[in-house]
Design a protein. Structure first.
Length: 234
């Protein structure tokens, strides 16, 4: 059991690849305190659960031509990849979406979330951003599931069609400018989500719970890294 816990811990650390030394410097700022674990239903603890769609923006990216730079999981500079802080968030998402107790057993996810049974990310193969895929790759490895990369940026209508027919908890990692396009093709959503996703926010989960032919919308702050906001997007 100890080796299992150690393996899961290493998944988060390995998310930064050769950039791991820089992660140590990032950690000096400290992470936000872990939220209290919920006493959620058993359905949320396992791989099942209600029809829930969770959408996250990819993790932190370069803001210009200078530092912080994007780096691949091998530590090579790449402006289409995550920054060191972004890789830190990618690793931390394991604890958010696949929490474990001290013995390595599945623990209840935070209230409002569920352990995903499938994960979609924007396909970067045509030269697009690698960040959505990189953001959820460590989580997919921890869950032992494959990423669904059938859709690329610009194919939000087709993605939404697949999401409407999906069952169980589903997670999507996408570029923030195009999240509204996904929502627009989901069907009726109540209450109305924000019109746009602010460029400065990487720390929120949009949650859609199926209700009849539509969805109930809510937001869950991630609270994973220092500086994460406890407030939803207005």
């Amino acid at each position: 059991m100890t080796s299992r816990i150690q393996r899961r811990t290493m998944l988060g650390l390995l998310a930064a690849g050769a950039a791991a030394p820089a992660l140590g410097a990032c950690a000096k700022g400290g992470h936000a305190s872990d939220p209290t674990v919920s006493t959620a239903s058993t359905a949320q603890v396992g791989s099942g659960g209600p029809d829930m769609l969770m959408i996250i923006r990819h993790a932190e990216k370069p803001t210009g031509s200078g530092a912080p730079y994007g780096v691949t999981d091998a530590g090579e500079k790449d402006d289409k990849s995550l920054t060191i802080q972004g890789w830190s968030r990618a690793g931390a998402l394991i604890g958010l979406f696949d929490p474990r107790d001290g013995d390595g057993h599945p623990a209840p996810p935070r209230p409002g979330l569920a352990r995903p049974t499938r994960i979609f990310a924007a396909d970067p193969s045509s030269g697009g951003s690698k960040r959505p895929k990189e953001t959820v790759t460590p989580l997919a490895a921890a869950l032992g599931t494959s990423l669904d990369l059938r859709f690329a940026k610009g194919q939000e209508a087709a993605l939404a069609a697949a999401l409407r027919s999906a069952s169980g908890p589903t997670l999507v990692a996408w570029e923030h400018q195009s999240v509204a396009a996904i929502i627009a093709h989901l069907g009726p959503v109540t209450p109305k989500p924000p019109a746009s996703w602010p460029g400065s926010r990487f720390d929120v989960v949009y949650v859609f719970n199926r209700h009849g032919d539509g969805w109930n919308f809510s937001q869950v702050p991630q609270l994973l890294l220092a500086g994460d906001s406890p407030h939803p997007i207005a």
